[in-house]
Design a protein around this ligand. Structure first.
Ligand SMILES: NC(=O)c1ccc[n+]([C@@H]2O[C@H](COP(=O)([O-])OP(=O)(O)OC[C@H]3O[C@@H](n4cnc5c(N)ncnc54)[C@H](O)[C@@H]3O)[C@@H](O)[C@H]2O)c1
Length: 245
């Protein structure tokens, strides 16, 4: 029903939104009344997703510093404001520490960690100019405990968790909230990196007995993006079906 959305009047930028969790968040946010802006490096999927949810798409590699300025300028030029940033783009590789090359380390840190830092730095001033905002950084349960099979990925997701806390304290006086979300095993393209048998391999570790649908993460991200979470900043929000370690 128009006028009743939980993100009514808000302008949201979601990275890595061509598919998976980002695309689901874009659809849910739009259904809740937000104007949504999507970025990704998968341009065909990105344009199709944006068209399907009634949003706008732009190519942007989150590790590209100049591209962040252009992306925030694009949103503000189109919509006049920026209220929500979801730093969702990420890459995942199953490689243990002893096999991790410096190249792999840099590639994963550039997208998953540097991309989040650049996004917060570029978006925060536009949010302050809009009277405040909410930044939701997508980490992982790999940023809550050990990640022995995906070493660089785990390091990048702990970096997201740590910088979210620091940014939350820095930006709180300006009315910008920052939180991290820590999904467990989510049924998207990414998890197939574990192998074709990922469902059989990983499900026994999940107390709720199943992987999550992207929608189940998106509903938590929606809460953090909306004013319903007005007193929440600087913390970790886990959505993992009860995984202990
Ligand atoms: N699927 C899971 O089990 C799981 C668990 C925990 C956390 N996560 C995190 O959730 C987020 C979303 O992942 P997903 O599950 O939807 O996987 P996904 O692979 O379907 O989506 C990731 C998206 O990010 C985009 N992307 C990759 N590199 C990019 C770059 N440099 N610039 C811009 N976009 C880029 C991809 O093209 C893709 O559209 C990621 O940060 C991921 O690390 C996923």
């Amino acid at each position: 029903m128009p006028g009743m959305g939980r993100l009514n009047g808000k302008v949201a930028l979601i990275t890595g939104a061509a598919r998976g969790q980002g695309a689901t968040e874009a659809a849910l946010f739009a259904a809740e009344g937000a104007r949504v802006f999507l970025t990704d490096v998968l341009d065909q999927d990105g344009a199709a997703t944006a068209a399907a949810v009634g949003g706008s798409y732009r190519h942007h590699d989150v590790a590209d510093e100049a591209g962040w300025r252009e992306t925030v300028d694009w949103v503000v030029a189109e919509a006049g404001r920026l209220d929500v940033l979801v730093n969702n783009a990420g890459i995942f590789r199953v490689v243990p520490m002893l096999d991790t090359t410096v190249d792999l380390w840099h590639r994963i840190m550039d997208v998953n960690a540097l991309g989040v830092f650049l996004g917060m730095r570029a978006a925060a001033p536009a949010m302050v100019a809009s009277g405040g905002g909410s930044i939701v950084n997508i980490s992982s349960i790999a940023g809550m405990h050990a990640s022995p099979t995906a070493f660089a990925y785990g390091a990048s997701k702990w970096a997201v968790r740590g910088m979210s806390k620091s940014a939350a304290v820095e930006l709180a006086p300006s009315g910008v909230r920052v939180n991290s979300v820590h999904p467990g095993i989510i049924d998207t393209e990414m998890i197939t990196e574990v192998g074709d048998d990922w469902r059989e391999v990983l499900t026994p570790r999940i107390p709720l007995g199943r992987p999550a649908a992207a929608e189940e993460v998106a509903r938590l991200v929606l809460f953090l993006a909306s004013d319903e979470s007005s007193y929440c900043t600087g913390h970790e929000y886990v959505v993992d079906g009860g995984i202990i370690a």
